[in-house]
Design a protein around this ligand. Structure first.
Ligand SMILES: Cc1cc2nc3c(=O)[nH]c(=O)nc-3n(C[C@H](O)[C@H](O)[C@H](O)COP(=O)(O)OP(=O)(O)OC[C@H]3O[C@@H](n4cnc5c(N)ncnc54)[C@H](O)[C@@H]3O)c2cc1C
Length: 405
């Protein structure tokens, strides 16, 4: 099998690389270990200086002018209409350069917007899509509840019709970025008498609506990324219903498909392993690092695994490129990728030795203190977007034909 770029793919790769090199300011780039997830976008929104935020906004505008904030979207909606393979190349080059994706931190471009493209009315598309592709609107996702995560269809938040509005009451949890978001995609129960999958509707909610209270949840890395969101008699106009009333479950599963197909496309693990190897080479005089055969083997293992991950992701992308719908293949890639996240973070802690405990801000911190935060964050990869157990259930049932648990 030939994994090299075709001639048009190579030329597209050069175009993206040259654009990033010429236009993306070094001050906003995050590379390798330094780019490992650890209070990423939300952190920058809150902590970035005015100058930093301006650089980010200028970069987002340059991306937006090319439709590259939402490269996968059709051009008529402000995207670049890239093929799946072009998106893969684009994402690889952006990750390799540590270039931020621009404005809206994933949910808007990754799965809220694409769901609106599929299910939205013309008015909804005109209203909500342009601010996303300009990198201006931030979206959050109100799906999970205290009693509904893996079993999402058990959700209890109610939306009751009242005149031209729905009135929403209930609670969401783990809502990433709700504290900085303009809009939420919300799943709420509109028919409590119907079987659980059939009484749910899907709404677009303006986060400035009266009756919404966002309370912070601070994670174990000490960051405020996700939240609890409480709804008390929140009026949502009926034109904010996305798709048909009581058919929201099916709209929601489309959103989750978009979310999961993006998760497996991580291309940064190889760069992290490369950074770790460079750190060890630079510290060859350090007894612990140079004499630890186990550490050398561990880093070699991570290098092998990140190549395996690339193959698994390439398989998903090449299926999508041929119009096939990956199913167990996405679950295999998501499972492998998220568990590799943890293994790389553990290896990074071991390789950095005592440095690993130094946080961002310390003069001796390596990689801006991100090994430590990556270690604390890594466990979340195997939970968000469907836990590892749920992925294994899918692989067992759909991939191997084993009976459902
Ligand atoms: C970093 C992060 C960001 C998130 N952001 C958002 C967000 O923006 N919006 C949002 O709506 N949600 C968000 N979530 C929530 C996420 O979707 C849920 O945490 C996830 O779906 C798991 O649900 P739960 O936490 O209720 O765990 P549960 O579903 O209660 O699971 C608990 C444990 O039981 C296991 N388990 C459950 N069911 C089965 C089964 N059938 N077979 C075997 N094992 C099972 C699980 O694997 C897990 O180990 C986020 C989560 C994380 C970690």
């Amino acid at each position: 099998m030939d994994f090299h770029d075709s001639a048009p793919e190579a030329s597209f790769r050069s175009e993206v690389r040259a654009f990033i090199a010429g236009q993306c300011p070094p001050g906003i780039r995050r590379r390798g270990l330094g780019a490992m997830f650890g209070g990423g976008g939300w952190d920058d929104i809150r902590l970035g200086t005015e100058a930093y935020r301006q650089l980010n906004a200028d970069w987002a505008k340059k991306l937006a002018d090319r439709g590259w904030i939402a490269p996968a979207w059709p051009q008529e909606y402000g995207g670049a209409g890239m093929t799946v393979m072009q998106q893969f190349i684009f994402n690889q080059e952006m990750a390799a350069a540590g270039a931020p994706k621009g404005g809206n931190y994933g949910i808007g471009t990754g799965w809220a917007g694409p769901t609106i493209i599929l299910y939205g009315t013309e008015d909804q598309k005109q209203r909500y899509l342009p601010p996303i592709v300009r990198g201006e609107a931030i979206w959050c996702q109100g799906f999970s509840e205290p009693g509904a995560g893996s079993d999402l269809a058990s959700l209890q938040t109610r939306a009751t019709k009242d005149g031209d509005d729905y009135v929403v009451n209930g609670q969401k949890i783990w809502t990433s970025g709700a504290h900085v978001s303009d809009y939420m995609i919300l799943l709420a129960r509109t028919d409590p008498e119907a079987p659980k999958h059939k009484g749910i509707s899907y709404f677009i909610v303006d986060m400035k609506s009266a009756g919404i209270e966002v309370r912070p949840l601070v994670n174990m890395a000490g960051n405020h990324d996700f939240n609890e969101v409480f709804f008390e008699n929140v009026r949502v106009p009926k034109e904010n219903l996305l798709g048909e009333e009581n058919r929201g479950w099916y709209v929601g599963t489309t959103t989750l498909d978009f979310e999961r197909s993006g998760i497996a496309t991580s291309v940064s693990h190889g760069l992290m392993v490369r950074d770790l190897a460079a750190f060890v080479r630079e510290h060859r005089d350090d007894d612990y690092v140079s004499k630890s055969r186990a550490l050398r083997h561990e880093i070699a293992d991570r290098a092998v695994e990140s190549e395996v991950e690339q193959m698994l992701c390439t398989r998903v992308v090449s299926m999508q490129n041929r119009g096939l719908v990956p199913n167990k293949e996405s679950s295999i890639a998501k499972l492998y990728s998220s568990e590799l996240d943890i293994r790389i973070a553990v290896t990074a802690m071991r390789a950095l030795g005592a440095y690993s405990q130094l946080r961002r801000g310390s003069v001796r911190a390596q990689f801006n203190g991100r090994a430590e935060s990556a270690y604390l964050y890594a466990t979340t990869s195997t939970v968000g977007g469907g836990t590892s157990e749920i992925q294994r259930n899918i692989i067992a049932a759909r991939g191997l034909g084993l009976p459902r648990a």
